[in-house]
Design a protein around this ligand. Structure first.
Ligand code: 13P
Ligand code: SF4
Length: 322
């Protein structure tokens, strides 16, 4: 072994990684949960692939001893918050989220203080500390349903995704105070490219995640969470689709709608990958890191118990209201 390769990160090149992952997983009674934005090889080895809401429900319900979370940090945090007695592993601890980064808890405390009579709704794409300052967590699947259960005269703060907040305000007619955060992937799709694709494929349906800005959502035939976009293509198999969300979801779309044609939209020059629009954080998890993480039992998510209990309350409220 060369000097800069430690035991913890050495991988025997003769190993079949899929076989090894499956073997180790059985030995330690682990379950692999993966988000739709993960690499196809990770999605295919996972026991369950889902959107943020499905994954949080699975994490709360599993009887496995170990949850190996192939997604980003806030998703693994939710698993640990809801299942504290389980070991929760994340293949790369640097797998963050631009929305989480855009909402620092110290600033959020000051922001909240300006609106003392507002109820605080926070998108699940946020840190544990921000969750602990929240009344109800939402995901893109349940946000509209939850907002509709809040009395009309109750003012609302929505954080940290301003585009999702604007979309929900338009849909529900609620005038919400919004935090100014964005997803670097969804805000970065090229409008020029969308127009070009639609011009060249006039029959194609444009489907978009609500993290996209309004000027892009305006072109969409269907707007929804990752699971909602998947349901839409499955119901309309045989069609042609222009996809305004992270490109790895197309792997599941091809499985659910094998007779369809999918067009990925490129990004602009800044922010996320300009050619592919992959999420740079989701991409940090690889099959190799997944193997190492199961083998080493690390990196492991740990959360201070007091903070966990504070963040658990708004998450449980979300599950109740979904
Ligand atoms: P979903 O909850 O729709 O899966 O979205 C998660 C996410 O990070 C979108 O960028
Ligand atoms: Fe965060 Fe955007 Fe990546 Fe989703 S796609 S994890 S919102 S940076």
């Amino acid at each position: 072994m060369t000097n800069n390769i430690t035991n913890e990160c050495y991988i025997d090149p003769s190993l079949d990684l899929e076989d090894e992952i499956n073997r180790l997983k059985k030995d330690m009674n682990a379950v692999i949960l993966a988000h739709y934005y993960q690499d196809p090889e990770i999605q295919d080895i996972a026991d369950f692939v889902g959107d943020s809401l499905d994954l949080s429900r699975k994490a709360a319900a599993t009887d496995a001893d170990v949850i190996v979370f192939c997604g980003v940090r806030f998703m693994a945090d939710v698993a640990k918050i809801l299942s504290p007695q389980k070991k929760v592993l994340l293949p790369d601890m640097a797998a963050g989220c631009s929305l989480e980064d855009a909402c620092k808890p110290e600033e959020f405390v000051k922001f909240k203080a300006q609106y003392p009579d507002h109820i605080v709704l926070t998108y699940v794409n946020s840190s544990i500390k921000v969750k602990a300052l929240t009344d109800i967590i939402v995901t893109s699947t349940n946000a509209e349903k939850i907002i509709r259960q809040i009395p009309q005269d109750q003012p609302i703060i929505f954080a940290p995704d301003k585009y999702l907040g604007e979309y929900l305000a338009r849909k529900t007619g609620r005038d919400m105070v919004l935090w100014d955060g964005t997803c670097i992937v969804h805000e970065n799709f090229s409008e020029k490219e969308v127009i070009k694709l639609k011009t060249n494929h006039t029959g194609a349906k444009i489907i978009a995640h609500p993290e996209c800005p309004e000027h892009l959502l305006g072109y969409a035939d269907h707007i929804g969470s990752t699971s909602s976009l998947l349901n839409y293509v499955e119901k309309n198999d045989g069609g042609e689709f222009i996809i305004l969300t992270e490109s790895h979801i197309i792997h599941q779309m091809r499985k659910l709608a094998p007779n369809s044609i999918f067009h990925n939209v490129e990004g602009m020059e800044e922010g996320a990958c300009s050619i592919c629009n992959d999420c740079p954080y989701m991409k940090l998890n690889t099959l190799e890191k997944l193997y190492l993480c199961i083998k080493n039992g690390a990196p492991e998510i740990t959360i201070n118990e007091d903070l966990r209990l504070k963040a658990k309350r708004p998450l449980e409220k979300m599950l109740e209201m979904s």
